[in-house]
Ligand binder design. Structure first.
Ligand SMILES: [Zn+2]
Length: 253
């Protein structure tokens, strides 16, 4: 997939399912519902292939009852299919960085047989606690190689992929900074649902810890002021402006 004229770190975006939830889940006080994408990123680094989140599981394809009423996962829409569309073998993925382990972020982990999973230790433990119904152990209790991290982590030791904690949505939520040839991307995931979350410092109606959530939004705000392109976690309008399945040019988003 990498052509001879493409150098450095390449970044690709994919949608791996949608979920329909009350808008207040994303922005407190808002009415109505929102159908939002599960956002997945592939980072092609000279030292390895990395996924940031894996979207919904293919177990939702054709499901009409229970969660199937709110989760929309079309045939051919899971992370393995998305990778194969651009000529990447899912077995070649070296690392999966899960922002957190909710069903819309870790559902495709089982499709990456040779990946090492990188999760904050606090997230891993909370996922097994049974305290939050948005987790399903079937997505992540797979016996895959696991790197439990605590705090910031420079994945390849060259500053190009920096994982950093953004707790609040869950105890061990994390985000990632990606230095590409066209600028810095911040893959926020659920510490910043919408562009409005940051513009208005607008919190969701519930989360694990509101003070931590506010602190994580502050971190993102600083990065945005410094020129980074934030990839908001579940913003349908923003996501519509992000080209899918091609190396992103951040200057055009
Ligand atoms: Zn979540």
């Amino acid at each position: 997939m990498r052509t001879s004229d493409q150098k450095g770190v390449l970044l690709y975006a994919f949608t791996c399912g949608h979920i329909t939830l009350p808008m207040s889940f994303f922005l407190d006080g808002e009415s109505g519902k929102a159908k939002v994408p599960a956002c997945v990123f592939l980072i092609d680094h000279p030292k390895g292939l990395v996924l940031f989140d894996t979207g919904f599981s293919d177990r939702f394809v054709g499901m009409e009852k229970g969660l199937g009423k709110i989760v929309d996962m079309p045939e051919g829409g899971c992370v393995a299919d998305r990778l194969e569309e651009i000529g990447v073998d899912p077995a070649k993925i070296d690392y999966v960085v899960n922002s957190h382990l909710h069903i819309d972020h870790a559902g495709g982990n089982h499709l990456l047989p040779n990946a090492t999973i990188i999760v904050q230790a606090a997230e891993w433990d909370f996922g097994f606690s049974g305290e939050d119904t948005a987790y399903d152990k079937v997505d992540f209790d797979l016996g895959q190689p696991l790197n439990r991290i605590n705090g910031e982590h420079d994945l390849f030791g060259d500053g190009s992929l920096i994982i950093f904690p953004t707790a609040g949505h869950t105890p061990g939520h994390q985000s990632m900074r990606v230095q590409t040839a066209t600028g810095e991307a911040v893959l926020a995931a659920d510490c910043c649902n919408m562009r409005r979350s940051l513009d208005e410092m607008h919190l969701p109606d519930h989360c694990y810890n509101m003070d931590q959530y506010r602190g994580s939004l502050e971190k993102l705000s600083q990065l945005r002021r410094a020129g980074a392109q934030i990839f908001y976690g579940h913003d349908p309008d923003f996501w519509a402006s992000v080209p899918q399945s091609e190396n992103l040019d951040l200057t055009t988003i």
